[in-house]
Design a protein around this ligand. Structure first.
Ligand code: AMP
Ligand code: MG
Length: 412
């Protein structure tokens, strides 16, 4: 059986980035991936400005202690520069945060350190050139990159682009992801369950998780356990979508047709990964589309989506993938693990006395959504590792979409 890393490498080789590039306005670019290097069109800040409310002076020749007097000859507000020029060390211009540094000035004395009396500013503090001055181009120089090709566009980065006056950015086109569930036992919420039926939660999980990605999702509904119907549906979807995701029907049961249908009509690149949960994962191609046959148990569906489908989407839109953020944490409680498969255990990470601690959420069977509900991370147990014990150092990855608040203790 393929181990997780090898399986991912095989997948990465299949996930060729889409070619089409489009320009999107900044406001619509969040979550997208830049498709070109973006240079700053201006210096930022665009001019030398004051970092504080205070008095702009020429500090040269003033680097002594003791009483200093300045005649206040003008003022410079944000967006309304002064017209006068500072000459020598006896004049000052009132300035405010973000205002243009007056000609001839090279330092700002904060207003709290200045006493003004009849148009004369007094201070006793030492004044150094450059103090409280933001120099032009300090944040970025014109022509330097504010974004490299293949960068995930976060609100934080896009704000930097916005500050440079950039209106739009080239990105790969949105990837289209078609989502199916399979199984004769599935029912929709809102209808009563007949004997043997369960509600379809996998399609819900996938469509909901996909909302965190800048993709176009196609909800393809439920497929019965009938090879002909599965084949037709996949064939039609493959003509329109870049990625097809099914759940169920990839195990070794009598009614598990998905895998054999894909083998028949397309190409199954690999099936079964040394992974828990999610062993029966099937990955292949149908026409030009990438195919993911996710295992049917809801926990397996979610974990294989996170480990394989989500990064494949990123690769298709040209993202330079960074290694996963593995947080070192101390384990509370024990985790049973039999060697042979890498296990991703639902867990809860928290800080305690300045240390990251993690605990498993309980019964880890792949149908147990209760133990996903409170989870904020997956604890990674390596393939060849035995049982884990209280106090062991482990690694955990934070689940996307988990809220955290920035305060130190509780909510103020
Ligand atoms: P399968 O591999 O198709 O036999 O599915 C494995 C298990 O997952 C079975 O218990 C299925 O009933 C369950 N399952 C499959 N698809 C879904 C779904 N869309 N929502 C919830 N459970 C599912
Ligand atoms: Mg099934």
């Amino acid at each position: 059986m393929l181990n997780v890393d090898l399986a991912f490498r095989k997948l990465a080789a299949l996930a060729t980035p889409v070619a089409e590039i489009e320009d999107v306005v900044l406001a619509d670019a969040v979550g997208r991936v830049s498709a070109a290097d973006v240079p700053a069109p201006i210096d930022l800040p665009p001019f030398d400005s004051s970092a504080m409310d205070g008095f702009a002076v020429n500090a040269e020749g003033l680097d002594f202690d003791g009483q200093k007097r300045f005649e206040v000859i003008d003022r410079s507000l944000a967006g309304r520069p002064a017209s006068k020029t500072i000459k020598g060390s006896t004049t000052a211009i009132r300035v405010f945060t973000g205002a243009v540094m007056p000609r001839g000035s090279d330092a700002v004395v904060v207003q709290e350190e200045v006493a003004v009396d009849g148009g004369i500013a007094h201070t006793e503090v030492r004044i150094r050139t450059e103090q409280n001055v933001r120099r032009r181009g300090q944040d970025v120089r014109r022509g330097d990159l504010v974004c490299r090709s293949g960068t995930h566009l976060t609100a934080y980065r896009l704000t930097w682009l916005a500050a440079c006056g950039i209106e739009s950015v080239p990105v790969k086109r949105r990837v289209r992801v078609a989502v199916f569930s399979t199984g004769d036992e599935l029912a929709d919420a809102g209808t009563p369950l007949a004997e043997g039926q369960i509600y379809d939660s996998n399609r819900f999980a996938l469509l909901t998780l996909l909302r965190e990605k800048a993709v176009d999702t196609m909800d393809m509904g439920r497929l019965p356990d009938r090879p002909g119907r599965i084949r037709d549906a996949l064939e039609r979807a493959a003509a329109r979508a870049d990625i097809l995701v099914t759940s169920g029907g990839v195990s070794v049961g009598t009614a598990d047709y998905v895998k054999s249908v894909v083998e028949d009509m397309g190409n199954l690149d690999f099936w079964r990964v040394a992974l828990k949960p999610g062993k029966p994962l099937a990955v292949g191609r149908i026409g030009d589309a990438l195919f993911f046959g996710l295992p049917g148990n809801p926990v397996s569906t979610i974990v294989t989506y996170l480990l394989f489908v989500a990064p494949a989407i990123d690769l298709l839109v040209g993202l330079e993938l960074a290694p996963p953020m593995m947080l070192p944490a101390v384990l509370d409680g024990d985790i049973k693990h039999s060697r042979g498969r890498r296990e991703y255990v639902r867990g809860i990470l928290r800080t305690k006395d300045g240390e990251l601690r993690v605990t498993a959420t309980g019964d880890q069977h792949s149908n147990r959504l209760a133990t996903f509900a409170d989870a904020n991370c997956l604890i990674v147990v390596d393939d060849d590792h035995g049982d884990l014990h209280e106090g062991d150092q482990v690694s955990a990855i934070v689940l996307p979409g988990v809220a955290a608040h920035p305060f130190r203790e509780g909510v103020p």
